[in-house]
Design a protein around this ligand. Sequence first.
Ligand code: PGA
Length: 244
Amino acid sequence: MRISLVAANWKMNGNRAFAERFFTDLELGDVSADVVVCPPFPYLSQAAQAAEKKGSFKVGGQNLSHEPDGAFTGEVSARMLLDCDARYVIVGHSERRGLYGETSELVAKKFVAAQAANLIPILCVGETLQERDQGRTLEVVASQLQAVKAVIEEKAWECSVVAYEPVWAIGTGKTASPEEAQNVHKFIRTQMGDVGLTVRILYGGSVKSANASALFAQADIDGALVGGASLDAKEFAGVCRAAV
Ligand code: PGA
């Protein structure tokens, strides 16, 4: 039995006042899913304080360094995230891969660094539109997973979350159909071996309260990584409520 998980990825949006309003407005009431909010680094502590007060969600980082410390200007380590009471961290988001040149090998190192500090990595995988049009979706996802598999024991998947985010669906208003997404999720699960059955696999890409239920009804979709719709506390809570 996998408990659903819904994660908010604010990306580089918001400010102190926005965060304050968001946490005041966030009513999760009887939501049964685990909920994670990933704000930009400067608001992590603010988010963690709200999380402690409300007790209904946890906090995550959007990225981390694969290095533990040292002369790496502008970077943030897993330990530092932990210091800010983060429990999760997104690794390998397509914006990091695409805009900042993060390779699957670097993403795999970040996955390992996160787990070494007892953070739960949310590993993002997914194909671009061109790769999809070439019929290469499963091949691309398999190779992104393979880079992590090459550096971990199979058991390590148990302390992780995977997010399938087709790049063409991120921030575009387009979503994979529930059936299309289900096929990829099932494939991802088989790629992780026996422990795959217990790993939560989230869908990401233009998820909102109006399309969440149909996605969550699929057997292998265990929740969502939500970008745009997570900037509105009521809309985000609607997605969380759809997760059973
Ligand atoms: P979106 O972003 O919900 O705005 O498509 C999802 C993500 O990038 O994690």
